[in-house]
Design a protein around this ligand. Structure first.
Ligand SMILES: [Ca+2]
Ligand SMILES: [Ca+2]
Length: 301
């Protein structure tokens, strides 16, 4: 009798274990479904699509002329090349998704291999020197599951890009203000999708940015700052000369504006603030590429 009772207890314990194993298998399957659904939501959102976050060949202009190329006035003056650009050759992207009940967080990391083209000879010939580089971009999002069981993006961070070897990077974007309304100083803090800037075709958007650079190049300026906007990521130099939309000369706030094109596709769009160490562009062969980018989404409607 006593032996039977022990056997019953053992069987009960085994039964409980089997139920628990089936439960965690269900739970694992549910999580797997959620992760697949979240990836799909991220990919179809327009905030993580291939062109934007991967940085395709068109990002930054594969080979665009500098409108502001100027004569060297002093030995330590940094000038822009006759033409320069970048091409991204190889890209890999990883999604890290953590599901906790009806909320989830996603970290999207992108690694890029690319080539920098710098042409210093004003000879009407495209004959740039080339340098290869390795860069990375990171972006986060928070999602929640609605009452219909569908995952939705609640908030999203700025995309932050820089060198794969961050110890070699001296330049950093430190703030971006869009249309005096959206101001970002911490690129890791997420913006509620309801607060994302909305713009209509034909509307002018003013972008102001600051950047830091710990370089010892001694060049002036230490950093060139560019704005990329619109389809094809048209590149415009941001200036700190007090003209146009720039409120004050020499205050470290670089400004540029762009007009949302008439006929622009409705939906998600991006602008990017792109800070490059000026020494990178003083030679066709070196030193190594040194840059920082913040990628900011907006909505055309
Ligand atoms: Ca040339
Ligand atoms: Ca300024």
């Amino acid at each position: 009798m006593r032996r039977l009772r022990v056997l019953v207890i053992v069987l009960s314990a085994l039964g409980a274990q089997a139920v628990s194993a089936a439960g965690s298998a269900d739970e694992a399957a549910r999580r797997g479904r959620s992760v697949r659904e979240i990836k799909r939501v991220l990919r179809s959102s327009g905030f993580f699509d291939g062109t934007v976050i991967q940085g395709s060949g068109s990002y930054g202009g594969a080979y665009g002329s500098s409108s502001a190329a100027r004569a060297v006035a002093a030995e330590d003056d940094a000038t822009l090349p006759v033409a320069w650009g970048r091409k991204w050759d190889d890209v890999s992207k990883t999604y890290t998704i953590t599901v906790d009940g009806d909320t989830a967080t996603a970290v999207v990391n992108v690694s890029n291999e690319g080539t920098l083209y710098v042409d210093l000879s004003d000879d009407g010939v495209k004959n740039p020197g080339t340098r290869s580089f390795s860069t990375k971009m990171s972006r986060t999002a928070t999602l929640s599951k609605d009452s219909n069981g569908k995952w939705k993006i609640e908030s999203i961070s700025v995309g932050v890009a820089g060198l794969a070897d961050s110890s070699a990077q001296t330049v950093n974007v430190t703030s971006v203000t869009v249309d005096s309304s959206l101001s970002i100083t911490d690129p890791t803090s997420e913006i509620d999708v309801d607060d994302i800037l909305e713009a209509a075709p034909g509307e002018e958007i003013v972008v102001e940015a600051t950047a830091s650079n710990s370089t010892s190049s001694g060049l002036s300026p230490t950093t060139f700052v560019f704005l990329h906007s619109g389809p094809g990521y048209h590149r415009t130099q941001m200036t700190d000369d007090g003209t146009g939309a720039d409120r004050a000369a020499g205050d470290g706030v670089y400004t540029a504006s762009f007009t949302v094109p008439e006929g622009a596709d409705y939906g998600r769009a991006h602008l990017a603030v792109d800070a490059i160490d000026s020494q990178t562009l003083q030679s066709e062969s070196g030193p190594d590429y040194n840059w920082s980018v913040w990628l900011i989404g907006y909505r055309v409607d």
